[in-house]
Design a protein around this ligand. Sequence first.
Ligand code: GLU
Length: 498
Amino acid sequence: MKNMRVRFAPSPTGPLHLGSLRTALYNYLLAKKHKGDFILRIEDTDQDRIVPGSEDYIIEALNWCGLTPNESPSNIGNYGPYRQSERKPLYDVYIRQLIDKGHAYYAFDALERINTLREKIKGEVFSYNEKTRLQMDNSLSMTSQELSHRLQQGPQYVIRFKTNTINECFILHDEVRGKLKINTKTLEDKILVKSDGMPTYHLANVIDDHLMKITHVIRGEEWLSSLPLHILLYKALGWEIPCFAHLPLIFKPEGKGKLSKRDGERLGFPVFPLNWKDSLGCREKGYFPEAFINIIALLGWNPGGEQEIFSLDELIDKFSLQRVSKSGARFDKEKAKWINQQYLRKKPIEELISLFHKELEKHKIIYKDEYLRKIIEAVKERAHFISEIWDHSYYFFESPNQYDVKSIKKVEPLKNIFLLKKITQPLSKWHNFYASTLKKTFEDFIQKKQLCFSKMIQQMRLALVGTLQGPDIFLIMEMIGKEETLKRVYRFIQMFSV
Ligand code: GLU
């Protein structure tokens, strides 16, 4: 059997959308599952649309996800170059071949003429095809002298595919969609080479996939409508047709349409893997690469069964195109966060400590590992991201700068502050400030004075944390120490004493 070779072929026209990364991932999974090769090809034939920095972005995003290509512009294999703009001489050979065999022709029509024709004529939309081509300004109705004369006048021409529509109706198998009936009757004579001499996507893509020995073309659904043209090109060039799989769209969480950058902004979920200019990326938002992979893997692939958390190795083992759905996948932000949380919970404590150190640097805070270890262990269950560990634990590092209004209503410090007042004196004398001892000392004191334990604890929590949330209050006291505990309690008393 042939070695499986798949490719991810992005155009460097901006940041990668997470849908494109999903295409990369499915390609990668399939290649690894079948011990094949995963190739990165940069499709930059449309020079006008190139956005500086995009190629580096693509490579960095793949690296971040751990989807390292076997061959790429920086890891040249036997089928280079891996940037289309560097492959022009290769294309020229096949363009010549298509023209010589009558599968393509020169067209000199001015753009304005085509545009005028494109406006509806007699209720029909103009199409450059077998019906109209002979009335147009192209080499099909020229003598060879005329043609060479026109060609000498300058490169003001394009090369079009001469679509063969004579009863061309064929059946094709798409790995995701099953049987597809292709009818070439409706096809246009598409441009294969632009007036700048560069091939269009359609031509370059087919030639490259053939020359790079690609066995499976896995790409987004938006290319399905180009499939008939690609098939005809393979046939015209006399080449074996690879397997095709067109992946479903990723829809916004509700309503119609694709998940867009604007949806991401509205949802607070980045649709890009990494920061791009002023757009936030998933990495910077705090998604772990392995969680991100897991999230996008499930957007359109149904593993069957209950399991939702998959390592990359498990994905390689379980993935199949047959379980990719035909209908679009809906993006679910809550599920994405939940998946990240599962990975956070499973991370070794040492790794969490080191990540939390970086988070604390943003707040200009440095603490010892041992201190952080206890905090992380106390709050990590609540966090989806490392940044949320901070949200749930800032009071271990600094006193609250405000008290939550709802909690104040509940605890009524103006009425109940006497409780805290009663405890400050003894508290300042307790030497053993460890959570377990503190709890016992508190209980004994409250019992002796016949006070209400829960009300006392609520006052204390509000004073120390600023809300009624957080882990064991005695742990908080132990961690921040006696001095800081008293400082916060005094401040609270002062604020709520009339
Ligand atoms: N350059 C195309 C894109 O960025 C690739 C399509 C394909 O994979 O054939 O969508």
